[in-house]
Design a protein around this ligand. Structure first.
Ligand SMILES: [Zn+2]
Ligand SMILES: [Zn+2]
Ligand SMILES: [Zn+2]
Length: 428
């Protein structure tokens, strides 16, 4: 057995076989690997080229086409990012430009570039509220029913095709029902009510009753078989203000996010958090049709990750732990919780955005907002009011990626008849 030699790197305590020393010039394998990685990194830094794929391109459709085209990662290339986000560009598209984007999606579907086409169609639906025409027909023709939100507001021809197919195509039934829920026109509402009255034979093979699919699209059947919205179409996003702007003078906001509450959580002993504090007399909030002065929706940021938390509220800003709360089956110790949460300063924009901007997770739109459609990470989960059993209305959500660079979304709901709020939480 040959004698081991010490590694020649200063400070390294490793030892090596003479054969290795001959190959590496006297250093151990970990040191050798590190040296090679450093050389590689230095080479990349010296030879990396900046490439601006947008240089000289002014047409918005062309810019978006470049943004949507997949890029092979190359360490020797540093891409100059476009100064606007996809979402911002979509907001600026004219009707004619939207049609060109939709035509481009059709072309991509013909070339079997389904993922790219899907992203474009989703962006058109969520960011610009476009009612898809040829793009959706191509999507359907290629046998694609998901994401179902693409079928939002689809015309009667497509609707009737889906209604016929749902009877005969058990393999796609789940997606077809979701698509019908997103169409949600009078005929679909009538059909869902009919199914509630007399469930079709195939309904027993589903996890939920067919009419319950409506919730994924933000509505449900009311007692009389009509359409009841579970959301507010009006939507205002929160923006994060980084430290340098946090000092800027701020006008009184319609809704203030994330304040430390006064009471503590009876389950874990941690402090409650007022997720949303509504100034109900603010003009921007008149769509909520709440008569009082102030609505505060509180939660336990810890316990809420394991179950729904209800609060009794008044419209004067008061809130109290509800007797209806049931301790979740699994509730780990909070250990007192973090000493002081490091939330960013969030400010409500007074510029409304579309109802469905954050409704589909693959678009990765930031989701902190009041009103609009929830950005469900899992299945739709509207709590039933524990007092009157009505499904509660979605009022706001806090995206923790925005609020503190962590993950998950807190969703807030209200039963305005019983004055009970609910908060639940989802994560990937
Ligand atoms: Zn070494
Ligand atoms: Zn708690
Ligand atoms: Zn109620």
């Amino acid at each position: 057995m040959s004698e081991r030699l010490p590694c020649q790197t200063p400070g390294c305590t490793g030892s090596i076989l003479p054969a290795t020393a001959q190959r590496t010039g006297g250093i151990c394998m970990p040191c050798q690997q590190r040296k090679l990685a450093e050389q590689r990194q230095a080479y990349i830094e010296q030879n990396r080229k900046e490439i601006n794929r947008y240089a000289g391109v002014e047409d918005r459709v062309e810019i978006l086409t470049i943004m949507h085209s997949p890029q092979k990662p190359d360490p020797l290339i540093r891409e100059v990012p476009y100064p606007q986000t996809e979402q911002e560009l979509y907001h600026e598209l004219t009707v004619e430009e939207r049609e060109r984007m939709e035509s481009y999606a059709v072309q991509l579907l013909e070339e079997e570039e389904v993922d790219q086409a899907e992203t474009i169609l989703l962006s058109l639906v969520c960011y610009t509220d476009t009612r898809l025409g040829p793009g959706l027909e191509s999507f359907l023709r290629t046998g694609n029913y998901y994401p179902a939100i693409l079928y939002k507001d689809a015309d009667a021809v497509i609707r009737d095709r889906l209604i016929a197919q749902v009877e005969t195509d058990p393999g796609n039934r789940n997606h077809l029902l979701l698509a019908l829920a997103w169409i949600g026109d009078e005929e679909v509402v009538r059909l869902f009510a009919q199914w509630r009255q007399s469930p079709p034979a195939w309904a027993s093979a589903l996890y939920i009753a067919p009419e319950m699919y409506a919730r994924e699209a933000g509505w449900e059947l009311d007692a009389g078989g009509g359409k009841r919205l579970l959301i507010h179409p009006e939507c205002y996003p929160f923006k994060v203000y980084k430290e340098e702007i946090a000092e800027a003078p701020r006008t009184p906001a319609a809704v203030t996010a994330l304040q430390t509450g006064a009471a503590s959580c009876p389950w874990c002993g941690g402090g409650l958090t007022v997720l949303f504090d509504y100034d109900l007399q603010h003009p921007l909030l008149q769509f909520m049709k709440l008569p009082g002065k102030r609505l505060r929706i509180a939660a336990c940021m810890h316990c809420n990750c394991y179950g729904t938390v209800f609060m009794n509220v008044d419209l004067e800003g008061g809130y109290a732990w509800s007797d209806y709360n049931v301790v979740p089956e699994y509730l780990p110790d909070n250990n007192g919780g973090p000493a002081s949460p490091a939330w960013h300063v969030m400010q409500l924009s007074e510029q409304p955005v579309g109802t469905y901007e954050s409704a589909h997770w693959t678009l990765e739109a930031l989701a902190s907002q009041i009103g609009g459609h929830p950005a469900w990470i899992q299945d739709a989960d509207y709590p039933a009011c524990p007092c009157c059993s009505q499904t509660m209305t979605f009022t706001a959500q806090m995206d923790m990626e925005q609020a503190e660079d962590s993950e998950g979304i807190y969703y807030a709901f209200l039963c305005s008849d019983c004055l009970i709020t609910a908060v639940n939480y989802q994560q990937t």
